[in-house]
Structure formats: C-alpha cells, structure tokens
Design a protein around this ligand. Sequence first.
Ligand code: SF4
Length: 348
Amino acid sequence: MTDIDIAQASRPVLTAKDFASDQEPKWCPGCGDHAVLQQLKNVMPDLGMPPEEIVFISGIGCSSRLPYYMATYGVHGIHGRALPMASGLKTSRPELSVWVATGDGDALSIGGNHFIHTLRRNLDLNVVLFNNEIYGLTKGQYSPTTKIGLKTVTSPNGVIDHPFNTAALTLGSGGTFFARAMDRDGKYLRSVLHRAAQHKGTSLVEIYQNCPIFNNSAFEAFAGQENKDERTIYVEQDMPLVFGKFRQKGIRLDGSTPVVVDLSKGDISENDLWIHNERDIFKANLLARFFDDPLTVENFLPRPFGVFYVEDRMPYEDALTAQIEIAQKKGVGTLEELLKGDSAYNIK
Ligand code: SF4
C-alpha cells in the first residue's frame, strides 16, 4: 500500500450530514431548491473525497445561494460568471471536484456566452442548472426558458420570446454530457447526479425546479400526479422507450421521426421500439426536441428524463497540462522575459 492508499483507507466514512453546513437555507417554503440541495448532499459521499477537496461555485439567483449550505469550499460569485470562475479553478487545481450551481437566467441569459464556450471546451465540471423558467430572486421577471404566453411583471401581455431548449443548446454547443431530472424525483435525481459526477468532462444536469412563488406549477402539464405517467418518459441505456401507467405506450422511429405507438393491441412489441443509446448524438438530438409539441397535437411526445448523451473527450485541463509540460521542456522562463522578449506574439 502506498501512503496515499493508507491515507484514503483511514478516512472516516462520510454521510450526507457531513456535507451540510450550519447555515439554514433562506429559500421559500416549498421551493424545489430544498430538494435539490438534499440530493446534492446525498451524492457527495459517492465521490470518495473529503469536503475540503470539493468546491461549489455559483453566480446570482435563488439557486446560487447553494454554496452557503454545503460544508465544502464555495464561492458565491457574480451574475452569469460562475462558469469562468469554475474554469479557472479547474485548470489551476484539476485534482478538485468542482461543481457549479446556476439557474436558467444566470446560465442562459447573463452567462449565456460562457455557457456555450464552457461546454465546447469540456472542462471536468459538474454543472447543475436549476430551471424554474423565471427570475425568482428579483421577483418574477421572465427568463430565457419561460414559456410563450406567460404573463409576468416584464411581460404583462404574455411572453413572445421563443424559449431556449437547454438540451438542444447543450448538444449544439458540443457538450459531452446532458441529463434532465426533476426536483420532486428525489431518488432519480440522485442517480442522475451520480452519473454526472462520474463523467470526465463537463456534465450538464438540467433540473426542473418548481418556484411556487413566481411560477408555480410550471411543469404540471406533464409532471403533475395525474399527468406524469402519460406525459413523461424515463430513458435508460439499452432499454426501449416505453411509457404510460401500464407501460402501454412506446416510441418508434419512422425514418427519423419519433412516433408514439400503442403496445396494448399486441401488434407492436417492445422489440420494435427505439432502444436508448446514450452514445448516439443523432438520437440525443431527437430526444432534445421532445419539447416543442403542444399537448394538443395528435403525436404528443412525452417529456424525457434521464441521461440523453455521453461522449468521451479529453477535458480541457488535461490538454492544457500536457501542452504546458511540452512547452516547459524547452526551459521555464519568467513572465518578464516573455514580455520583454521578441517572442511574446511570435510563435517559433
Ligand atoms: Fe424558490 Fe422561487 Fe422562492 Fe426563489 S422565489 S426561493 S426560486 S420559491
């Protein structure tokens, strides 16, 4: 056994309580943020790392208060800039487990540019995007994910902006991991966060988070108890796309068009259905588009949850470290030499 093995073996077994800070959450009663916080605390022991090697970084918004409630290192940063801060930390301290807590406004509006570039660079970050389709902290302005038609303080006649589709944006930006979960699905959310933590690269987990004060029931059309079985689908690797209270419906591909089929008649079996493959970018993009159909269309596609897409690609910080090692073989210079020399802007 090495010294490191001995040190790890002698570490105490940690539980969720070890990751709870002494701060009482200041979120409203009934806010979905409480449930997400609990699942993040539950999943932390799975990392096998002590709290001092884990960092939560946030921007601004209700969800961005999360670092206060974790007994890890944390930074409550500035609006939209959690991802650049996390990127800087991960490149300089790649051994740390770096998490980002952000919201739909913080990540997709104020920080929208950082969002797309972080995803294409693929740093090994775990990004937890609380999507409540509203600006909660500032009292109910519409956000980039608010549905068309919603009346808010900044859209008194109803929103006319087409909303961002987080899944499509992630995949289109070159993201290497996308999953979706809901605040109310505690165990399932934990399993998705566990998968995200295992991914070597930027994992983007979109969580539908209810804001009972400014956008209550934003997800009820498909997530309410009376609708959930028929209007949601939980994808699982190598399994057919089946849903419905009695697993009586499935999704089949007609060319490249997903079609809902009735399994109860017996003429179509689960073997005829679309089999989920997290490595298939084409199908991940189709899943991302199970989103835009109004409930009234005949071929209504259920809202998907689970891990849509996973890709193995070298994280940015690994490529950077390798590049620095090669460059330093030529000798380690100083900043002053670089600035005063003639090679600062001339690659030799
Ligand atoms: Fe949660 Fe909404 Fe209250 Fe913010 S305003 S803490 S999102 S319920």
